[in-house]
Ligand binder design. Structure first.
Ligand code: URA
Length: 214
């Protein structure tokens, strides 16, 4: 069961964009960005896609991206990471019972993958969700990640609407939604530090209570 293909070029627009970006920035990763963290972690975070000068540069999700600043602070505060700042793929930071992946593994132009790209990448996400241990917690960062998860599970979108702090028991895990920790959302205070802190407290509680999701 493939959860990641380092040489995937299934989406022509994304493959071309990675090639073009690599010409402009030869030192950047410019390939699909692999999930970060142990496959048997009970907490899986699903982001949207690598950012140009962040994950696409460093090769690690949310690393070098503005969105990663608050995310790694929260991970550390709640005991899911050994450090509160993720700098590079070889900085020694380790996640604790946590894994981070993206709904789309390749850098999309303007941070916006199109439907076909989300769908093509969805098989990897489906396999990743399928490999989760019992009673895991999956955090969807934003509506696109949420809908990619619902699609990967073969469920009806209308039955599982995205909502900040919404919790659904799906598959054999708890799905917890959060607004994405993007620069836009944090600058406009759509997502504040307190709100994100509350989401991580919810994750801890769901993991600690670990009642079967189904
Ligand atoms: N970086 C990622 O890896 N994912 C996001 O969703 C945003 C930035």
């Amino acid at each position: 069961m493939t959860v990641f293909d380092a040489s995937c070029r299934a989406c022509p627009r994304l493959a071309r964009f990675l090639d073009d970006t690599n010409e402009r920035y030869p030192d950047y990763h410019c390939r699909p960005v692999p999930p970060f963290g142990a496959p048997d972690a009970r907490f899986l975070i699903v982001g949207l896609a690598p950012g140009m000068h962040g994950a696409n540069r460093t090769g690690r999700p949310f690393t070098g991206d503005h969105a990663g600043i608050l995310l790694y602070q929260m991970l550390h505060k709640h005991g899911f990471s050994t450090r509160d700042f993720s700098e590079s793929a070889d900085d020694g930071l380790e996640l604790v019972d946590c894994r981070i992946t993206n709904a789309v593994k390749c850098l999309p132009p303007d941070n916006k993958p199109v439907g076909d790209e989300i769908n093509k990448c969805n098989l990897f996400l489906a396999n990743e969700l399928d490999s989760l241990p019992e009673n895991a917690v999956v955090m969807a960062l934003g509506g696109i990640a949420h809908r990619a998860i619902i699609k990967a599970l073969g469920l009806r979108q209308a039955d599982f609407k995205f909502g900040h702090a919404a919790v659904y028991d799906v598959g054999n895990f708890h799905l917890l939604d959060s607004y994405h920790c993007s620069r836009y959302n944090t600058n406009t205070r759509r997502l504040t530090e307190e709100m994100f802190d509350g989401i991580f407290a919810d994750v801890r509680e769901l993991l600690d209570n670990s009642a079967p999701a189904r």
